[in-house]
Ligand binder design. Structure first.
Ligand code: PFF
Length: 455
């Protein structure tokens, strides 16, 4: 831990620590659970293509903008946006909306994380019984009442405890060690899945696009997923930017994060879809897709139940990195602005997340399953409102701040720190932040809402 400029504020101790912690925020359930589930529900390869385009043309530039704003201000998101443009405090609204997004995302994210944690003992028990977990087991867990709530509460308490321990100590230590292991295990899954008879149909599903599937709502889902997966549009990456060492080259660091994140998603897809097709299942399996597929992949391997448990252990670790970063948004603000101790801030944030989280969790079962708002249950509503509305809108606002309001020499100057490549590169990137990224987001949003008709 090191304090920059004697302000008593943590920064990541090393450049590698900055990279792994940022990757730790990006990689999580978004890759392993949400990417395959949305790809399956939105028709496969065309969605993947749209998603990749959104990462390159919107996600990466917005990540660069967030990191630059965070490092320039060395403040939490609310204060960073409130102070970066002198006399324009109203932009702190980006930080406020980010606090709301963080709580909304955590509400359903911790429900799914609870399923992941629960699947560790469940896979071991199934292995001991000589059976394989199936859709009925998943349905009983997700549609239950007390069981998912207890797992969810445990997950939130664990995250709050890590966040309370402080940035460099808490975050770096957890994320640095176990991510590479997850990567290796995903490769093992892929090899098994790809050698199943009939696997080819799954690969084709993932990589042979049918462009007629690209409707307005599909494009918005792809864009929302890019924001969600890279933890953008809500101040998380701004907060992480504020912990970046002065020597970190912002654009290459962000590009590596986006590449690693995309690679993990594709690896997850390559484990899931070949298996789904080999076993004759439906790719549009919804939120249960991961939980119903992974036990099948391993069921065809010796000691499969134990590998299934290991898979969910490592997924749980990836999930913790992401949840820590989500909780860090409100906690950094509460502790720096309201001068609350980190443990108290963590407890308060955790309580708010649990309150909304109960609604999301209970909406999957009999208790609140019948309650629909705008045709969606609480789980889907929180997901849609955050990923498909708040984050893209936050992205537009961030692009306006970095591209239009911040002096160009200040923005590009931040990107140039430590950078020794061609000068034109960072200038071009700033141009994308200014023009292309916000326009693309606006077009996709308006098109999906039916205000602009593209097709
Ligand atoms: N990027 C995380 C994932 O893909 O699982 C989720 C996430 C973390 C979203 C942090 C937003 C955030 F601020």
């Amino acid at each position: 831990m090191r304090s920059p400029q004697g302000q008593g504020r943590d920064i990541f101790a090393t450049g590698i620590g900055a990279f792994t912690a940022t990757v730790g925020s990006a990689i999580g359930l978004g890759n392993i659970w949400k990417f395959p589930y949305l790809t399956g529900s939105n028709g496969g390869a065309a969605f993947v293509l749209a998603y990749l385009a959104c990462v390159a043309l919107v996600g990466l530039p917005i990540m660069v903008a967030e990191h630059a704003i965070g490092r320039r201000t060395r403040l939490n998101a609310v204060q960073a946006y409130g102070s970066i443009i002198p006399g324009k405090r109203a932009w702190s609204v980006i930080g406020w909306a980010g606090l709301l997004s963080a709580v909304l995302i955590m509400a359903f994210y911790t429900d799914v994380a609870g399923w992941v944690f629960a699947y560790v003992p469940k896979s071991i028990a199934a292995f001991a019984r000589g059976s394989v977990l199936g859709p009925a087991d998943f349905g009983a867990l997700a549609g239950g009442t007390w069981e998912p709530i207890l797992w969810q509460a445990g997950v939130i308490a664990l995250t709050a405890a890590i966040v309370a321990a402080g940035v460099s100590k808490g975050i770096e230590r957890v994320t640095k060690v176990l991510m590479p292991l997850l990567f290796v295990l995903l490769v093992v899954c892929d090899v098994r899945a790809l050698t199943l008879p009939g696997a080819g149909a799954g690969v084709a599903y993932l990589f042979t696009p049918d462009l007629t599937k690209l409707t307005g709502p599909v494009l918005l889902s792809a864009l929302g997923l890019a924001f969600f997966k890279l933890s953008l549009g809500m101040g998380t990456m701004t907060t992480y930017g504020s912990y970046l060492p002065a020597a970190t080259r912002i654009a290459p660091n962000a590009a590596r994060v986006a590449l690693a994140d995309t690679a993990v998603s594709i690896l997850a897809g390559l484990a899931i879809f070949p298996t789904v097709f080999a076993f004759g299942g439906a790719p549009a399996g919804g939120p249960g897709l991961l939980f119903n597929t992974i036990p099948l992949v391993f069921s065809k391997m010796p000691l499969g139940g134990l590998f299934t448990a290991l898979f969910f252990v490592l997924t749980a670790v990836a999930t913790i990195g992401a949840m820590v970063s989500l909780m860090e948004v409100p906690v950094a603000w509460l502790s720096e602005k309201a001068k609350m101790s980190r443990p108290r801030a963590g407890a308060l944030t955790g309580a708010a997340m649990l309150a909304l989280g109960l609604l999301a969790t209970l909406s999957q079962g009999p208790v609140l399953g019948g309650v629909k708002i705008l045709g969606k249950n609480f789980f889907d509503l929180f997901d849609y409102a955050s990923s498909n509305l708040l984050l893209p809108l936050g992205g537009i606002a961030i692009a306006i701040v970095a591209g239009w309001l911040l002096a160009r020499k200040d923005f590009v100057g931040e990107l140039d720190k430590g950078y020794r490549g061609p000068r034109a590169f960072n200038a071009a990137l700033a141009g994308i932040v200014k023009f292309l990224a916000p326009v693309l987001i606006a077009v996709i949003l308006l098109n999906s809402l039916g205000i602009l008709r593209l097709a």
